[in-house]
Design a protein around this ligand. Sequence first.
Ligand code: SF4
Ligand code: SF4
Length: 286
Amino acid sequence: MNRIKQIIKRCGDLEISRRQFKQNFINYYLAAVKMEFFRKIRLKLQRRKYGIISVNIETISTCNRTCSFCFNDPRFEKRPQGKMETETFHRIIDQLAEINFSGRIGPHFFNEPLLDARLPELIKYTCSKLPWAWIQINSNGDFLREDNFLELLAAGVNYFFITNYDETEKPELNTLQRKYPSYIKVVNNSEMWRTDRGGEIFQKNKVLNAPCLRPSAQLVVNWQGEMLLCCMDFYARYSFGNLETASFPEILNSLKYRSVVAEIAQSRQNGFDICHNCDDPGSIPW
Ligand code: SF4
Ligand code: SF4
């Protein structure tokens, strides 16, 4: 009985039917249970068959901030700036649809996703092609208001993860969190662990031998369509190929990708230079 209560409570927390089902009370819970149950199964099968469970697609390169623990800090060399072509974004989503991708999708890398005015349309497209995917927006929250929050939820976003970098109260964000607790979490920057990003940000000079599973489980695509080693590769120095011309299956089956993934899964010291001083835990990312 406790288990049933727990499931009902969790389903209540999901609140997915409000947007996706709009049916009666019974259907609400049945749909929520089905969604949660099957999503987990699909994700397990996904991991077993393709390895990949999460995908970051940077649709725009810019960020309004210049945090000191980020490559957007002025002390670092700038990278080329721009927006991903909408056709490229569609092409990537279409390819993910071919493998019925049901993991997490996020429109971020070293950017602020809400600066891309196309975001609601891109999310709608993603949702129409990948109904089982979990769409999450990680943002600094500077441009998040209730109207665009609701617009993005209606488009198909499942969850907002907001980092407050100012360490001062943000009443508007707090109100959103109180009003829609199942869809948004706001954390303070001081609560977050900061990676050295391949030894370049803080230059901790750590040398770890631990394996890294990141590239085996997460695809990171920058605004130029380059499929990168991982989310540390700001300058796209370790690209596996460009998705404007190559396809996911081609890249995932390429000798380069397979050998790098296998070697780093043994020890990060087998990987590229960027891996040698990387202090990331190397676990499977979501
Ligand atoms: S808000 Fe995020 S992407 Fe922008 S500078 Fe800060 S850490 Fe980097
Ligand atoms: S060791 Fe670090 S840099 Fe290398 S793949 Fe893993 S997360 Fe990326």
